[in-house]
Design a protein around this ligand. Structure first.
Ligand SMILES: [Ca+2]
Ligand SMILES: [Ca+2]
Length: 260
C-alpha cells in the first residue's frame, strides 16, 4: 500500500462539517497521487518503429516512436513521442530506483535537433530527465542502475557521447530530478554501428562497479577493459589485464576476473 493511502482515515467525517470535509477529501484524492490505486510496472518495451531520425548509431536508421508499459494488473499503457523525438536505444531498462517496490523505466530519448537525453518514466509518464546534449546526432548510452553510493537508492550510470568524449556520469534520482554526482571521461560502452550497448554493472563484494572500455575502442584492435567504482564521491578506474571482449566482460560480470 502506498503511504498516501494510509491518510484516508483522516478524510472520514467527524462532527457536523461532513459535507465540506468530504468535498475537501475528494479534491485531495484528485491532487495527491498516493491516494490513487497503486500502479506497479512489470515490463516495458519500445514500439512504433520510425525512420524520422537519420542518425543510425545503433546499426540502422530505425528508432522507436513509443514506449509500451505493462502494469501488474495487465493494463498496457503507451507513451507516444512527438514527431520531434525518438527513443534511440536498445531496450528500456526496468529498475526500482527509489526502492519503493515499484520499478521505474530508464530510456534514451533523442531530439531530431538537440540529440539525446536520459529520461526516467513511471506508470503515468516521465518523472525526470537530463538536458539534451545540445546537438543533433549526439548520443548517450546507459550503463545501468545500481546503488553506487550505498544509501539504499539506485543511481543511474551512463556514457555521454561514447564515440567522442566518453563522459561517464553517475546520476542520483530523487523522484523528480536527475543530478550528476560523479563524472570521468575517456571511457566507452559502444562503437558506432554496433547494435548493442556493451559493458554493464557488476556487484562482487561491496559497492557495484561499472565494467567499460578504455577509449579508443575500435573494431581493428582490442581496447583495455576497466572497472569503475565510486569511492568517496570520485570515480576510480582500475584496468584489467584482459582486453574488453564479450567473453572477458562475462567473466568480469561473474566476478571470476579482477583488475591487476
Ligand atoms: Ca520505484
Ligand atoms: Ca545510492
Amino acid at each position: 500500500m502506498l503511504a498516501g493511502a494510509r491518510r484516508l482515515p483522516a478524510c472520514l467525517p467527524i462532527g457536523g462539517a461532513r459535507r465540506a470535509r468530504l468535498l475537501l477529501c475528494a479534491v485531495a484524492a484528485l491532487l495527491v497521487p498516493g491516494l490513487a490505486v497503486a500502479e506497479t510496472i512489470i515490463a516495458a518495451r519500445y514500439t512504433d518503429p520510425t525512420d524520422r531520425y537519420d542518425h543510425g548509431i545503433l546499426g540502422d536508421a530505425i528508432e522507436w516512436g513509443a514506449l509500451e508499459v505493462t502494469l501488474e494488473d495487465g493494463t498496457k499503457r503507451r507513451f507516444i513521442l512527438p514527431e520531434t523525438l525518438v527513443f534511440e536505444d536498445t531496450a528500456p531498462r526496468v529498475a526500482d530506483l527509489d526502492a519503493d517496490g515499484s520499478p521505474e523505466i530508464i530510456v534514451v530519448e533523442s531530439s531530431l535537433t538537440l540529440g539525446a537525453r536520459l529520461v526516467v518514466y513511471g506508470p503515468k509518464g516521465r518523472l525526470a530527465m537530463t538536458d539534451h546534449i545540445g546537438r543533433k546526432n549526439r548520443w548517450l548510452a546507459p550503463v545501468g542502475a545500481a546503488d553506487f553510493t550505498g544509501d539504499g537508492r539506485s543511481e543511474i550510470a551512463m556514457v555521454v557521447t561514447p564515440h567522442l568524449a566518453g563522459k561517464v556520469e553517475v546520476l542520483t534520482f530523487d523522484g523528480a530530478h536527475l543530478t550528476p554526482v560523479a563524472t570521468t571521461t575517456g571511457l566507452t560502452n559502444h562503437r558506432i554501428g554496433d547494435t548493442d550497448i556493451a559493458g554493464g554493472i557488476r556487484t562482487c563484494k561491496g559497492n557495484p562497479q561499472m565494467i567499460l572500455a578504455q577509449m579508443p575502442w575500435r573494431s581493428s584492435a582490442d581496447a583495455a577493459m576497466v572497472e569503475v567504482s565510486l569511492v568517496d564521491g570520485t570515480l576510480a578506474i582500475a584496468p584489467f589485464k584482459e582486453p574488453f571482449t564479450p567473453q572477458n566482460f562475462a567473466k568480469a560480470k561473474n566476478c571470476t576476473i579482477h583488475p591487476g
